[in-house]
Every structure is written in C-alpha cells, then in structure tokens.
Design a protein around this ligand. Structure first.
Ligand SMILES: NC(=O)c1ccc[n+]([C@@H]2O[C@H](COP(=O)([O-])OP(=O)(O)OC[C@H]3O[C@@H](n4cnc5c(N)ncnc54)[C@H](OP(=O)(O)O)[C@@H]3O)[C@@H](O)[C@H]2O)c1
Length: 253
C-alpha cells in the first residue's frame, strides 16, 4: 500500500482531470466510494493518467445497507476495473458490527474482486466482533485522524493486529490549518501546515488521503518527502489531541 493517497469526496473540479493530474504528479493511491459519485470520473482519469494497473492502489467502499458483494461488483463496473486493491465497509450499520457485510466482502476477496478488505469508522470493539465472527482481520480501518483528533488506544490496537490506520480528513477539512502551534512547527521546517499534517501521519505509519481540487494543493500535498519532523515535534503535535472531528464525532473514542 502506498504511504499516502488522494481523496475524492466532494471533488468539485472535473474528477477525471484531477485524477489524471494526481497520477502524473506521482500519487499512487486513490480513495473513493460508491456514494461519492466520483467513480466514473476516476475511471476516465485512470485511462488518461498513464499508470499501469499494477502500479496504483484503488480504495473504494460499500455502504452499510444492501448487499456488499453486489455493491463491490457495481463499484468495479463504475471504475472499469477488474479488481479493487481495498474494499471497505464505509461505516458500521446501526445495529451489530456488520458481520454479514463482512462475510460478503470475504467472499468478494476470495473471488478476486478485491485484493484486501477493511473497515471505516470502526471502534476497537466493533473490529473485535468482526474478527470473532469470522477470523478475518481487516487490513485497514479508515478513520478521521489528525493531531487534533486521534487515539493512542486505537493506534496501539491497530499495530498489534497489523491493521493499517488510514487517515481521512487529515487536513481537518481546513478547519485547523490556522492553529498557532501547527503554524509554528510548519514555519520551523519551511513547510505549510497542510504538509506538516501529512508528514505527521507518515512519521507515525498512518496513511493519509488528503483531498484537493486545486492543482497547487495536489502538488503541495505530495511534496512531503524531503523533510522529517523530529520526535519532539511529533510529540507536540500528538499533544494537540482534543478528540476533534470536522465531521461531528470521532467514531472510535
Ligand atoms: N471513510 C469515510 O467515512 C470518509 C469520510 C470523509 C473523508 N474520507 C476520505 O478522505 C478524503 C480526505 O478528507 P476530506 O476531503 O474530508 O478533507 P481534507 O483532505 O482534510 O481537506 C480537504 C480540504 O483541504 C483543502 N486543501 C487540500 N490541500 C490543501 C493545502 N495544501 N493547503 C490548504 N488547503 C488544502 C482542500 O481544498 P481544495 O479542494 O480547494 O484544493 C479541501 O477544502 C476524502 O476526500 C475521502 O476520500 C473518507
């Protein structure tokens, strides 16, 4: 799995152009979902992007209602792909942990529709319930994750189980880019606050999927491989945690 990707929720620019540009800039992971409406545009962008299928990693999601196997096939049709790299349950259903959805995704994986399967917006308890029911450990839990909202408990658990934490809304949907401590650290490294938020993930082995409509943002967000954040500064950023969620509540605390 690439160490970072590009998100596609609420892209307002032409999705195909944005994805073709992202691939040309060096992004190798694309995050989408059946309900984002971006899959057909991503298909076009991939065909224009000039990157072989084996060289990019496609993440998509099935909803918590309906037949996950059928939804997987539908996503692949929209994406014009034979397989996904990672298929996630978008969020847990209202009741239960989604054991039946999980069994359908296991079948989709066995049938070669996706290389890996995982979850999104899951707590430790709900992941344990999926594992208890099936023995299958999710490859990924994709959750809202930034210095302002994260969890040591979830990170420790994920490391123990070898589950990758993918960080969505890693730029706090811009809400916290003006934070004074973040600005101070960014200035110290000669980088932008957004670049520091992305790099903070890379330092800790979590995998951010920042979204950007603007080409300048796409360029900036992938220009994060020429610096490291010191352990002390990572600790300072960790300490900004206030369980902040730009979307409402963190599902895992
Ligand atoms: N699994 C889930 O339930 C779930 C939920 C939410 C999101 N996600 C995934 O995570 C992805 C990212 O999250 P998100 O879209 O919510 O928020 P985000 O990536 O935290 O923030 C996107 C916002 O940041 C701006 N931005 C991007 N790069 C910037 C930069 N370098 N400097 C300043 N501003 C910058 C973007 O502006 P422009 O667009 O104008 O460039 C956009 O307004 C989504 O697109 C989606 O793929 C998953």
């Amino acid at each position: 799995m690439p160490v970072m990707g590009v998100g596609t929720w609420q892209l307002t620019t032409d999705t195909a152009d944005t994805i073709a540009t992202a691939l040309k800039l060096g992004y190798r992971m694309i995050d989408t979902s059946g309900d984002y409406g971006t899959q057909p545009g991503i298909a076009d962008g991939i065909s224009r992007g000039g990157v072989e299928r084996a060289d990019f990693y496609l993440v998509t999601k099935v909803e918590e209602v309906g037949d996950a196997y059928h939804a997987t096939r539908k996503n692949l049709d929209e994406l014009q792909l034979d397989y996904a790299d990672l298929m996630l349950i978008h969020r847990p259903p209202r009741t239960g942990a989604g054991e039946d959805l999980w069994r359908s995704l296991i079948r989709a994986k066995e049938d070669g529709l996706t290389k890996d399967i995982g979850v999104s917006n899951y707590s430790i308890e709900l992941i344990d319930r999926l594992i208890d029911a099936t023995g299958e450990v999710p490859t990924v839990n994709q959750v809202e994750w930034s210095p302002f909202g994260h969890s040591d408990d979830l990170l420790r658990y994920a490391r123990e189980k070898q589950i990758v934490i993918q960080a969505y809304s890693p730029l706090t949907r811009t809400k916290r880019l003006g934070d004074a401590t973040l600005a101070e650290i960014a200035a110290k490294y000669g980088k932008s606050p957004a670049q520091v938020l992305i790099r903070w993930n890379l330092e800790r082995g979590t995998v951010p999927v920042p979204k950007a409509n603007q080409r300048q943002h796409l360029e900036e967000n992938i220009d994060v491989f020429d610096f490291d954040i010191s352990e002390d500064d990572v600790e300072t950023l960790n300490g900004l945690n206030e369980r902040y969620s730009s979307l409402g509540t963190l599902p895992y605390v």
